[in-house]
Design a binder for this molecule. Structure first.
Ligand code: INI
Length: 177
């Protein structure tokens, strides 16, 4: 299956998007009309996370989201707390958590990345609000850059598409349910 490419110059998706998602063809059918989103962006590694934000915004625009609000937190470790506060308010149909954790010389990476992932999933399960995990966890800055609008796509775009799909769950994109 050919991958989709998000074409900056067109209003649609075409078939060369360099995503890691095997579900990318489904994205053509996603419809976010009437849905409200919160995007939480970690400032740590901000040159990367702001690119993830651009990707997420593009996806919400392309799928016709009614609205989105952007919130910022210091680092990926803070994403679950922010998500819980926002999910509890009832103002959003789904939340997109964006961050970038790059492995260093100490075990700090494992604590930050692990607790971020665990916390985000916990909040989604506790609140029933879908939270897309748009957090890069990489060994190098180059790997992160590749996934934030580089040759490996934009993980923020992918996460926002996931948020749209899960906000509609169990409806099948383009399907009859
Ligand atoms: N936060 C990140 O988002 N990415 C990182 O790579 C990172 N590193 O490497 O330390 C990081 N640390 C900060 C952390 O998220 C918290 O903000 C901090 O520990 C205060 O709670």
């Amino acid at each position: 299956m050919a991958p989709l490419r998000y074409d900056e110059t067109s209003a649609t998706l075409n078939f060369n998007y360099p995503t890691m998602s095997a579900d990318s063809l489904i994205w053509q059918h996603l419809d976010a009309t009437g849905l409200r989103f919160a995007i939480i962006v970690a400032r740590f590694n901000t040159s990367i996370t702001e690119r993830l934000l651009e990707g997420a915004r593009d996806a919400l625009k392309k799928t016709g989201a009614a609205s989105h609000e952007v919130f910022r937190v210091p680092g990926a470790f803070e994403l679950p707390f922010a998500a819980k506060k926002l999910a509890g308010g009832g103002d959003y149909d789904a939340i997109i958590a964006l961050g970038c954790v790059i492995r260093g010389d100490t075990p700090h990476f494992d604590y930050v990345a692990g607790e971020c992932a665990r916390g985000v999933q916990q909040v989604a399960l506790e609140t029933g609000i879908p939270i897309a995990f748009g957090v890069l966890t990489t060994d190098t800055t180059a790997q992160a850059e590749a996934r934030a609008g580089g040759e490996a796509g934009n993980k923020g775009f992918d996460a926002a598409m996931t948020a749209v799909e899960m906000a509609r769950f169990p409806s099948v994109p383009g399907g009859t349910r």
